[in-house]
Design a protein around this ligand. Structure first.
Ligand SMILES: Cc1cc2nc3c(=O)[nH]c(=O)nc-3n(C[C@H](O)[C@H](O)[C@H](O)COP(=O)(O)OP(=O)(O)OC[C@H]3O[C@@H](n4cnc5c(N)ncnc54)[C@H](O)[C@@H]3O)c2cc1C
Length: 405
């Protein structure tokens, strides 16, 4: 039986191993002492492993026709695979979680299937990969006919993914699209420490070189360094790539998306409140809408005395306050680091991969799957969906490129 070695026992590596074990002698080499370590921390420990709405627009990439990988047939196979290994879903608004509400159920299903299929596991860090006489040689001691690189990207390196997969790819002359953190908080130039800890439902707008490029609604979290929360993570991939291209990147938040989206509407809302509340001070009115620290901050940046009454404010003063509430604007200067990121944008260039099989177009028998490839997804189960889908394709070992190596 021909031998397959898979480097990395995360979501994509385990899936590839289960698939390949039907026809090959499979070994996973994983540097952690347990398989699936990162899966345990996904979805806040609940593991959002799939999404009903598999719209390809929720996936990002820099090169290649990634839609070939995430096509309907491959997605159907991945969905059936998750069913077949016994994961019972709990579905909320199209988001899939294991019914136990615990990520460990997903890890157990994968690991049990791996053991049942006689996949061998070696707990060792891969530091060297070569190809000699048509065999892949790992750490000078393990040999295989096929190699699947499922090492993940650079996000959350404490779970094992420290970017070594890119070094393997480079050693085989593959191009790497610059890896950047994605699904991560964004650091801002302004000092907003006094607002740290506040959470609110806001509409987050991403402006690149003054152009609106993405809009997301959801719970925004204010931190010492800047902003996080789902809508901020959703804009992070595009924001960070733009920063890397030296573009001007701003986050602008509508702090009252359920009340108004223009100055006129907000001004009349505040005036109605003013009448209704019998001429209370502006800070008393704002304190009904926001955390008091945010009310104070808004009045400070609008240069309005907190004891002022609305009817005493000039039109300009009131308009500036409304503007600041609807366009709470900050300059983004930095991402909050790979340590805090959920995924990596960039990676192995898809142009050099056969997208039907995920085999390298440069080296026969070399495959890539999961986050190490130049594909990243939005929050909502898309990154794990990609890990299962690409793991299944790579694990088929279907390729037979004309590469000379
Ligand atoms: C906090 C957090 C929350 C997340 N939540 C979700 C979510 O709810 N839904 C979702 O879809 N996605 C989520 N993700 C993203 C998702 O977990 C990843 O995209 C996915 O796990 C990638 O799978 P992978 O197999 O490509 O890589 P990984 O899961 O990173 O696995 C790679 C494996 O390779 C091993 N490895 C690396 N280098 C070597 C080496 N040199 N030698 C041996 N072994 C090596 C690593 O130890 C690791 O086990 C989250 C990520 C994080 C960090």
């Amino acid at each position: 039986m021909k031998k397959v070695i898979i480097i990395g026992g995360g979501a994509s590596g385990l899936t590839a191993a289960i698939k390949a074990s039907k026809d090959y002698d499979v070994t996973i080499i994983e540097k952690n002492n347990k398989l699936g370590k990162k899966i345990l921390i996904t979805g806040n420990g609940k593991c959002n492993y799939w999404n009903e709405n598999q719209d390809v627009n929720n996936m990002y990439h820099s090169s290649g026709d990634y839609k070939k990988i995430i096509n309907q047939l491959n997605l159907t196979k991945a969905h059936a695979f998750l069913d077949s290994i016994g994961i019972i879903p709990f579905i909320k608004n199209g988001y899939y979680y294991p019914n136990s509400n615990q990520a460990i159920s997903v890890v157990n299903a994968l690991v049990d299937e791996t053991i049942n299929n006689n996949v061998k596991v070696i707990n060792e860090e891969v530091i060297k990969v070569e190809k000699k006489d048509n065999k892949f040689i790992i750490n000078n001691k393990y040999a295989s006919d096929y190699l699947i690189v499922a090492t993940g990207g650079k996000a959350a390196p404490k779970t094992g993914s420290d970017g070594f997969g890119y070094e393997i790819a480079k050693s085989f002359n593959h191009n790497i699209i610059k890896p950047l953190p994605a699904l991560v908080g964004l650091e801002v130039e302004e000092n907003i420490k006094e607002l740290s800890g506040i959470r609110l439902i806001g509409e987050v707008n991403l402006l690149i070189n003054n152009e609106l490029v993405q809009k997301e609604l959801g719970e925004v979290q204010f931190n010492d360094y800047g902003f996080s929360g789902i809508p901020v993570l959703q804009i992070s991939s595009k924001a960070i790539k733009a920063l890397d291209d030296n573009k001007n990147v701003f986050i602008s938040i509508n702090l009252l998306p359920n009340i108004a989206d223009d100055i006129l509407g907000l001004r009349s809302f505040l005036k109605v409140q003013d009448k209704h509340l019998n001429n209370k001070s502006i800070s008393q009115i704002l304190d009904q809408l926001f955390n008091y620290k945010l009310s104070n901050y808004l009045l400070k940046i609008s240069k309005i005395d907190s004891n002022a009454k609305i009817e005493k404010l000039s039109n300009n003063e009131l308009d500036l306050l409304c503007h600041n509430i609807l366009n709470f604007n900050f300059k983004i200067i930095k991402d909050h680091g790979f340590e805090n990121a959920q995924t990596t944008s960039g990676g192995v260039d898809l142009k050099e991969i056969n997208l039907d099989t995920l085999e390298s177009l440069k080296v026969k028998g070399l495959y890539f799957c999961g986050e190490v490839l130049d594909v990243d997804g939005a929050c909502g189960g898309y990154n794990l969906s990609f890990a299962w889908t690409s793991g299944l394709i790579a694990g088929e070992i279907r390729g037979d490129t004309n590469a000379s190596n």
